[in-house]
Design a protein around this ligand. Structure first.
Ligand SMILES: [Zn+2]
Length: 123
């Protein structure tokens, strides 16, 4: 009897482990993409989840201040954070002219961050 109980316990553990594993292997289908935007009124950058397939028109209305918000980029050369109005073109730093720009990073655990303004809005 004791042996059977042991086997049952092992089987239960395997099933539980299997369920946990399966859960981790199949992440929920992503229906939103999170992007970094800049609020040009509040001088903040923030994450905003956008449903995939949404046709974006800029400026967005910032959920922080109600002001204009645009996709945010940060120059990798001088650290300038700037807004891009037309996402169909390569972002270009308004200070040094570099096209090496990336999405700015917001510290882990935060959804928004103050930046130095005024923010330049590039076409
Ligand atoms: Zn630059």
């Amino acid at each position: 009897m004791k042996k059977i109980a042991g086997i049952v316990a092992v089987v239960v553990l395997i099933v539980i482990a299997g369920l946990i594993f399966k859960k981790n292997m199949n992440p929920p289908v992503q229906s939103v993409q999170s992007s970094v935007f800049v609020d040009t009124r509040a001088n903040k950058i923030f994450y905003l989840a956008i449903p995939l397939g949404t046709e974006m028109r800029y400026p967005l209305q910032s959920p922080l201040s109600g002001g204009d918000a645009y996709p945010a980029y940060k120059c990798t050369k001088d650290g300038t954070v700037f807004a891009v109005k037309n996402t169909g073109v390569s972002p270009k730093c308004p200070v040094c002219g570099s096209t090496e720009a990336v999405a700015p990073e917001i510290p882990a655990g935060q959804t928004e961050m103050d930046i130095q303004g005024p923010v330049t809005i590039t076409e």
